[in-house]
Design a protein around this ligand. Structure first.
Ligand SMILES: NC(=O)C1=CN([C@@H]2O[C@H](COP(=O)(O)OP(=O)(O)OC[C@H]3O[C@@H](n4cnc5c(N)ncnc54)[C@H](O)[C@@H]3O)[C@@H](O)[C@H]2O)[C@@H](O)CC1
Ligand SMILES: [K+]
Length: 448
């Protein structure tokens, strides 16, 4: 499973708007469909490697893409069969159907499979789950190689509904931009490897997939405080704060103080106890502070969060510190790192896809939100969104959230914009996890 890095994502409404803008700008929609069908044909030609191809066409423009692809494949000498679910229902699809000169089988007659199936039944226009009899018919093709045109038919492209597609794809060719379904569970796993055919649409930069993390080396004049000084506050489980502090050093912080932690992973971490916390918060060299790892809700947490807010420093707030800080967050530059349960508690009443909910939470809090999970979504209050699918499944283990909080702290402490810091930290976390791979424990992210 993979998606292109640093690629645009659009909801189905935004896609229609971009499509309309393209038409206004002088590119007829039929040209877009021709480009889409040609891109599908090119992919199918490479994947078929000489074997026959069966193209399943739906009634809308997704089906139209299928008819164009069929014509293009025949031009390249591929043996192609087309099976249609219904007559084309749009002018564009009808025009594409009319230019396909081969026979059209009825999907209802259960056509014989081919080694490669192109699923052009439904794209962003699906408005309800597939009917059970159609789903059963599509199940017959399971086990064949499948290319999904735009999205696997049956998924909600916007990722709001968790409808399951009957036919998972080996490769999904997103058209114009990725859709939320390509980067959100449960649909993302059904897309297989997602590729993007840009087809000349201006998809903007508001919502994207994660860029590959490329940490630049410190500049020649760097010194430890300029690289970023970070304060991590330990609670009753000081091991979590120690992990955060270690991660911050690994992620590039120049100077890390762990307040209240004893057994820190590196001698380079300044471990302090006693009254030092508020004194450290007031240090003018301090770039950022982390509160929350290993620190359940308590009066002590409330006090420490209040002190951190009072300091005016950029903050990373994890776990119970999120709910503790929200009422007083104000203008503080902050990154909140909730997992699903913490998110639901901190931001009740939000609806829509994980993207919609994370965007709304960031706006409500006035802070950057990293909504953690296998399909992590990062949102800024100004509407920027970054989707981090697929991370590494090995990150689903205790302590990795503490590591991420520390990495966020490191990026914030060096003066990054909070959203850029969150994106860099998530990228660093994933890259490191992938480098370690099977058997990863959170300590490896820090020590390895
Ligand atoms: N947006 C763009 O810029 C482009 C879009 N293109 C294609 O157009 C697609 C969208 O086309 P459409 O908006 O026509 O939508 P679709 O082709 O996804 O499907 C819409 C049709 O399916 C019917 N339908 C919806 N749900 C159904 C269900 N559960 N069971 C049976 N029928 C159902 C609708 O009544 C309608 O006839 C994209 O996914 C993409 O493949 C491309 O042609 C190129 C350009
Ligand atoms: K499809």
């Amino acid at each position: 499973m993979s998606v292109p890095t640093d690629a645009p994502i659009l909801t189905s409404n935004a896609m229609r708007a971009a499509e309309a803008a393209c038409a206004t700008g002088g590119t007829p929609l039929a040209d877009l469909m021709e480009r889409a069908g040609a891109a599908v044909a090119d992919l199918a030609w490479r994947m078929a490697a000489g074997a026959p191809v069966l193209i399943l066409c739906g009634p809308g423009n997704n089906g139209g893409d299928g008819y164009v692809a069929a014509r293009r494949l025949v031009e390249r000498g591929v043996r192609v069969r087309v099976a249609a679910l219904a007559e084309p229902a749009t002018d564009l699809a009808r025009a594409a159907r009319d230019r396909w000169t081969g026979p059209v089988e009825a999907l209802g007659d259960d056509p014989a499979p081919a080694p490669l199936i192109v699923d052009a039944l439904f794209g962003v226009g699906l408005s309800r789950p597939l009917a059970a009899d159609l789903a059963a018919r599509l199940h017959r093709f399971a086990g064949r190689r499948v290319i999904a045109v735009d999205v696997p038919s049956g998924v909600d492209a916007d990722g709001v509904q968790d409808w399951a597609p009957p036919l998972a794809a080996d490769v999904t060719l997103a058209l114009g931009a990725l859709k939320p379904a390509h980067v959100l569970l449960p649909a993302a796993v059904c897309c297989g490897r997602t590729l993007l055919a840009s087809i000349g649409i201006d998809a903007g930069r508001a919502m994207r997939t994660l860029p590959r993390w490329q940490g630049a080396a410190p500049d020649a004049s760097a010194h430890k405080f300029r690289r970023g000084m970070l304060l991590v506050r330990a609670g009753p489980m000081p091991g979590a704060a120690a992990l955060s502090a270690g991660a911050a050093l690994r992620a590039g912080a120049g100077y890390v103080v762990a307040s209240g932690a004893r057994d820190v992973p590196f001698a380079a971490i300044i471990a302090e106890e006693g009254e030092s916390y508020s004194r450290r918060l007031a240090d003018p060299r301090l770039g950022a502070a982390v509160v929350g790892p290993g620190y359940p809700a308590s009066a002590a947490l409330d006090r420490d969060v209040a002190a951190a807010l009072e300091s005016g420093k950029p903050l990373v707030l994890d776990a119970a510190a999120i709910a503790a800080a929200l009422p007083g967050l104000g203008e503080t530059s902050a990154i909140l790192t909730p997992h699903e349960g913490e998110f639901a508690r901190a931001f009740p009443g939000l609806t829509g896809s994980k993207v919609d909910r994370t965007r709304a939470a960031a706006k409500r809090a006035g802070a950057v939100v990293i909504h953690k999970g296998a399909d992590t979504v990062i949102a800024a209050p100004d509407g920027r969104i970054m989707a981090a699918w697929p991370g590494s499944p090995w990150l689903a283990t205790a302590g990795t959230g503490d590591v991420l909080a520390g990495a966020c702290g490191a990026m914030l402490a060096r003066g990054d914009d909070a959203f850029d810091a969150a994106v860099a930290a998530v990228g660093w976390h994933i890259l490191r996890a992938r480098a370690i791979g099977p058997g990863l424990v959170a300590d490896d992210l820090v020590k390895a």
